[in-house]
Design a binder for this molecule. Structure first.
Ligand SMILES: Nc1ncnc2c1ncn2[C@@H]1O[C@H](COP(=O)(O)OP(=O)(O)O)[C@@H](O)[C@H]1O
Ligand SMILES: [Mg+2]
Length: 282
């Protein structure tokens, strides 16, 4: 059975989507079967994975959440690497589902249909942990990654999310694990960066990943090319950091034969070229 991981923070702009895309690609590079699910009306992940699905299909997470009997809207990015696109109207579910019984379990029931096909299902959440859609993501998840930018507001902003996680644990009597706080856009040369890392390490309130994702301009540039950092520049610091994170999560030891940016780049770019070729032919 696949592990479902929600990538969530109350705040926007903390690298939820960047983490979903790059961690997902890194896990796939390690040979895992991966499904990415976009739940955000901004559709940033959908755009990066396949901008031709943006607004051009009525087979997205929205329609599937409304009607479980339709075919699951699973699209292939690469062999063993799939995604479910979001829709700009997806937030309508926050009101549509409100009066239904088990309104926070819709996504759980949908993903249960797919769970055994994948090693990892990563859910890219929208900002705002109070929404019904995010309650669905947390209810479906086995674990949570909380990307946090190393600034004061991001640190103090984690309170509502922790309360929500606690509420889901209690209501569903499930062991929803915080896999870790992930520091993003991290710069150890800044005092704030060092202080925030120390705070989470000392405080012990929730685990923090040993790896932090360093600030890296290639992270900003890759999505515009419909790429993760592994296709865009596998030598960049973010590629190294996201690969380390993927190894931590999958329990793989750094292996010299797999630990080579040139190999990541070759595998990712070969698949990417095929993906683009198929798009052009279609
Ligand atoms: N490690 C990084 N270094 C530099 N920029 C980054 C990094 N991670 C994310 N970004 C940039 O930060 C912005 C917000 O990231 P995004 O993933 O869209 O956040 P969220 O999904 O939480 O709103 C984007 O412009 C993204 O390119
Ligand atoms: Mg996002």
């Amino acid at each position: 059975m696949g592990q479902i991981i929600a990538i969530i923070n109350d705040k926007g702009g903390v690298a939820k989507t960047t983490t979903t895309m790059n961690l997902g690609t890194a896990l796939w590079l390690l040979g895992k079967k991966v499904l990415l699910v976009d739940t955000d009306k901004q559709c940033n992940l959908t755009f990066t994975l396949d901008k031709t699905t943006m607004g051009s299909t009525d087979s997205t997470l929205l329609e599937w959440m409304r009607d479980r009997s339709i075919e699951a809207p699973v699209y292939e990015r690469y062999d063993g690497f799939d995604f479910i696109p979001s829709s700009q109207n997806i937030a309508q579910l926050n009101t549509e589902l409100l009066t239904k019984s088990g309104s926070d379990l819709y996504l759980t029931r949908r993903l249960n249909l797919l769970k055994d096909r994948y090693d990892y299902i990563l859910i890219d959440c929208a900002p705002g942990c109070d929404s019904l859609l995010n309650a669905n993501s947390l209810s479906a998840a086995d674990g949570v990654i909380i990307p946090i930018r190393t600034d004061l507001y991001s640190v103090v902003g984690r309170g509502p999310l922790m309360l929500k996680i606690e509420e889901i644990r209690e209501n569903l009597e499930k062991d929803l694990k915080v896999l870790g706080v992930l520091l993003t856009q991290f710069d150890k040369r800044t005092e704030m960066g060092r202080q925030v890392r120390k705070y989470f390490k000392d405080n012990g309130e929730m685990p923090i990943f040993d790896v932090a994702i360093r600030k890296c301009e290639d992270c900003n540039k890759a999505p515009g090319n419909q790429m993760s950092v592994f296709e865009y520049n596998a030598e960049c610091t973010a590629a190294e950091d996201y690969m380390r994170l993927a190894m931590l999560i999958s329990g793989e030891k750094p292996n010299p034969t797999k630990w080579k940016p040139a190999q990541w780049s070759e595998k990712a770019n070969k698949a990417y070229d095929e993906f683009i070729k198929c798009q052009i032919e279609a």
